[in-house]
Write a protein that binds this ligand. Structure first.
Ligand SMILES: *[C@@H]1O[C@H](CO)[C@@H](O)[C@H](O)[C@H]1NC(C)=O
Ligand SMILES: *[C@@H]1O[C@H](CO)[C@@H](O)[C@H](O)[C@H]1NC(C)=O
Ligand SMILES: *[C@@H]1O[C@H](CO)[C@@H](O)[C@H](O)[C@H]1NC(C)=O
Ligand SMILES: *[C@@H]1O[C@H](CO)[C@@H](O)[C@H](O)[C@H]1NC(C)=O
Ligand SMILES: *[C@@H]1O[C@H](CO)[C@@H](O)[C@H](O)[C@H]1NC(C)=O
Ligand SMILES: [Zn+2]
Length: 570
């Protein structure tokens, strides 16, 4: 296929399936839902609460800070940085669910080549001093060699791709999605990719560009990994990860920082940084019921559509149990948020603070915005079956999308579904087969119950992913990340001595780090940048701010320097 065009009507981005909604955005959004008006918060006169479970850390001042003042306070510099980002936004690197594998000959990937040229033009010092490899033609891996080869490299990640813009929504954008418009008055940068996540692509490259120009030579190698289909399958990053694995080996990386958590300004003017230290698992279960066809004038009492409908109703009626474990980072983030949200009558806060997690779980289970941080979700997302009014449906298919809680597993989720399938198979005398993967993939079938003359169920397990390993929030990398955050947000640009907290959080979706588990235990989905409220990732009027972008560069500049000086880990 040399002239691939997405087929009209199939432009639904996969990302709707996988959209990363970060806990903080969730928490901030919900503060209005539960009736805490901003005005009420502003009017709060005393703030004596101390944050018992939010981490307070000493600021770590970088030993090398040549450009830090310029990054934070120079207006011309800020404008030039914003220009680099808006230029990247203008290149529409969209990926679709059905975009074929990377190839330089296929149209959507040509935009990625344009982006490559653009990055080379914008970051000449990086391209002169850093090894740049194209993995599988479109993936980008940068290697900034450190002087001490025995030290494990640090990886900074982001992705080049963006979710497509639905053409139907074009009229609703305040500024066209690929115009790269910057409103200097309000400091807002509009466009697809501004928030997710070209800002981070620019941040990583800009940071290294600056540090090299400033004469900084790291001891520890720094890698930048830029996948090309994070919003679809994430196959590009998987290849980059394999390449790194082949070069350095298992557990060979010091730490990984990827997109995910950022730093929110709390209603009281304090700051909360939330590195995402684990992610929920994933499973699409596609259930097909095959039954004999025939003329609809002599139907059975229940057609395959009727039987599957019964199954769906029962599955929806059997929701997953909530479990609020002490090790769930969502609990830390939630507690931190609640303790810093002035509301003296907040029952949930008191339950959590007093350690009454069983009662807290009951409360949380009533709050839609919070409960799925602590339980597996199931959503019946697609259904199809039947082709004609006078023909009995010979097959009908339903897809159940699951985001697996961190205390659970793919197996447990499958067992939950199978329990109901078995019940229907018994009731209607049907067989059951489990198959790994899509119809188009190599697959293994396991027969649980043999097919009968009445037919059989086929349960396909698609994209199964266990919950991510939990990265520590009390180790050296964490402390450097937290101390760097404090130092960044205690700069006068952001505050005048207000507190900065750092606490782990949970990701309810998955980033490209899902393919990087074998490289290190220290995976943090964290940009260190200032959270932009209502940034509208994946939808109309996606945006970020100039201030957020400079905060990200200021954080990353110091983080690289601090890791280089303070990390003892080999
Ligand atoms: C405090 O929280 C409770 C329970 O969520 C809510 O009903 C009440 O309006 C809140 N009070 C203020 C001042 O926000
Ligand atoms: C940079 O470091 C110097 C020396 O430690 C310090 O005086 C200065 O305030 C630092 N600049 C910033 C922006 O932190
Ligand atoms: C998965 O669940 C089944 C049924 O409960 C159990 O027999 C099996 O041991 C489990 N497998 C794993 C790997 O946990
Ligand atoms: C099929 O089963 C074999 C043995 O259990 C396993 O190694 C292989 O990964 C499976 N393949 C798929 C596509 O699931
Ligand atoms: C800090 O700054 C905020 C907003 O800029 C202001 O409302 C507050 O009064 C300041 N606090 C102090 C102690 O100066
Ligand atoms: Zn993203």
């Amino acid at each position: 296929m040399s002239d691939y065009e997405p087929i009209e009507g199939t432009k639904t981005p996969l990302s709707f399936r996988r959209s990363k909604k970060l806990i903080l955005t969730l928490l901030l959004a919900v503060s209005t839902v539960i009736g805490i008006s901003t005005l009420a918060i502003r009017a709060t006169h005393h703030r004596q609460q101390t944050c018992s479970n939010c981490g307070k850390y000493q600021p770590i001042e970088p030993a090398f800070n040549k450009s830090l003042d310029e990054i934070l306070y120079d207006k011309d510099y800020k404008k030039s940085l914003v220009d680099k980002l808006t230029g990247a936004i203008r290149i529409p690197t969209e990926v679709f669910d059905n975009t074929p594998a990377p190839s330089v000959d296929i149209k959507p990937w040509k935009h990625f080549l344009e982006l490559h040229d653009y990055l080379q033009e914008q970051f000449p010092v990086v391209y002169e001093n850093v090894k740049v490899e194209k993995i599988d033609q479109i993936g980008l891996l940068y290697t900034w060699e450190g002087s001490e080869k025995s030290l494990k490299p640090l990886i900074l990640m982001a992705h080049q791709d963006v979710v497509p813009v639905d053409p139907q929504t074009l009229d609703s954008w305040s500024h066209p999605p690929y115009e790269g418009f910057y409103d200097e008055e309000t400091d807002v940068i509009y466009g697809r990719g501004s928030a997710d996540i070209k800002s981070l692509v620019i941040t990583h490259l800009e940071t290294v560009e600056k540090l090299i120009k400033d004469g900084f030579q790291p001891k520890r190698t720094v890698l930048i990994s830029l996948g090309c289909d994070e919003e679809a399958a994430g196959a590009c990053a998987a290849k980059i990860s394999q390449h790194i694995y082949d070069r350095y080996g298992p557990d060979s990386i010091y730490a990984i920082l990827d997109e995910g958590g950022s730093v929110a300004e709390l209603p009281g003017g304090e700051f909360l940084g939330v590195p995402v230290s684990t992610e929920k698992g994933y499973l699409d279960a596609e259930i097909t019921l095959f039954t004999p066809g025939g003329h609809s004038s002599v139907p059975p009492d229940h057609t395959s559509i009727g039987i599957l409908s019964e199954l769906i109703v029962e599955l929806e009626g059997d929701r997953y149990e909530i479990f609020v474990g002490e090790d769930n980072p969502a609990l830390n983030a939630l507690q931190c948020f609640l303790e810093n949200t002035p509301n003296d009558s907040h029952r949930l806060r008191d339950l959590i603070s007093s350690g009454n997690l069983k009662k807290a779980a009951e409360e949380l289970d009533k709050i839609p915005e919070f409960k799925y941080l602590f339980k597996t979700s199931q959503a019946i997302d697609m259904i199809s079956g039947g082709i004609k009014a006078n023909a009995l449906p010979e097959s009908v298919t339903v897809l159940v999308n699951n985001r697996i809680a961190i205390h659970s597993s793919v197996n447990e989720t499958l067992n939950h579904i199978l329990r109901h399938v078995k019940e229907k198979a018994d009731k209607f005398e049907l067989g059951i087969e489990i198959v790994n993967g899509r119809a188009s993939e190599a697959q293994n079938a396991t027969v649980i119950k043999p097919e009968t003359p009445n037919g059989h169920f086929v349960v396909r397990l698609i994209d199964p992913l266990e919950p991510a390993p939990l990265s520590s929030s009390s180790n050296e990398v964490w402390d450097i990340m937290a101390g760097t955050t404090v130092n960044t947000y205690q700069q006068k640009l952001f505050s005048n001595g207000s507190n900065v907290y750092v606490t782990p959080a949970l990701g309810t979706g998955n980033t490209d780090t899902k393919s990087y588990w074998a490289l290190t235990k220290n995976i943090y989905r964290y940009s260190g940048a200032l959270l932009v409220e209502d940034s509208r990732e994946h939808t109309v009027d996606e945006k970020t701010t100039g201030k957020s972008v400079i905060s990200g560069v200021a954080f990353m500049y110091q983080f690289i320097v601090n890791v280089d000086k303070y990390a003892k880990g080999t």
